[in-house]
Design a protein around this ligand. Sequence first.
Ligand code: SAM
Length: 334
Amino acid sequence: MTDDVLLTATTVVSANAPANAEAEHPSAHLSVLLNETIDALLAGRDTGFYVDATFGRGGHTRALLARLDANSRVFAFDKDPDAQAVGAELVALDPRLTMIHASFADLKQQLANHGLTHVDGIMADLGVSSPQLDVAERGFSFMNDGPLDMRMDNSKGVTAADWLMEIEEADLADVLYQFGEERHSRRIARAIKLAGRMETTAELAEVVKVAHPKWEKHKHPATRSFQAIRIAINRELTDLDVFLPQSVECLVAGGRLAVISFHSLEDRRVKQFIQHEANASIENTSWTPMPLIPKNKTLKKVGRIAPSDAEVDANPRARSAWLRVAERTQEAIQ
Ligand SMILES: C[S@@+](CC[C@H](N)C(=O)[O-])C[C@H]1O[C@@H](n2cnc3c(N)ncnc32)[C@H](O)[C@@H]1O
């Protein structure tokens, strides 16, 4: 792969997930860019310690374990108790796997808890899993009515129903605009606050639908608002911003970082972070003219990959995915 060259993936879907698994089982998840991610992460290796920052249903973890030797280990994070339950079954079958019920924003501390400072590769497949979206009880979906929840970790924190009661109208409008790129954020925020307490996703979807003045083709009018509220409740972008620098600190020289994102808010962050780390520079880190701090290159760009047409045909959720890959440099390259 070369810098910023668009490569088209050849793989269709996970070997362990039939193409129609999602339709048949609402708790199934088709892993996106599966072989491409593992190939990029391993870069020819078959041994080492690796992190899957977003276990989900374990598609990427399983594929990684299948390629690693007996001395290797995989540490898999997920906030979601349902993902942890699936992971626990896999741990019973494969002791090379360790499940960590925590945010990937705690990467460094959690690895330290397991006696590790560095690993050989880190992957993250950002956002929500198919089961989170498809199981109505999780409360993420405007298509399947369920309790207005939207928490990835539904063992703690504030549900969407409570959050919408607590937030001020102006702040809600900012969230809808910034995290959903919703152009009618003010009008929708006003309608949501006027509606008062809502208990179900269908109620919220209906309020947004009625308030929305301009429906986009092939898109439910609540799509952007649901995305925005979900991102806010789960602190998705904040976690990503905290995770990225830690991931570099936790990689050995030559170790790879592979991140799949699904919308421009995530992808822009990953891209800009890799660009920043791939450039040596002299930075003025304070308002005073001196001192200027030299910053070393910590990452080398490896490339970005989009799913093939065949993968998008088989799994429409892959259509907006981008995989970005970077490699930890040797220390102190100026
Ligand atoms: C797209 S799914 C991952 C799917 C997985 N790669 C697979 O093949 O099954 C994203 C997962 O990441 C989890 N997640 C999202 N943000 C997280 C965070 N900050 N920390 C830990 N897990 C997170 C979600 O709960 C979800 O299960």
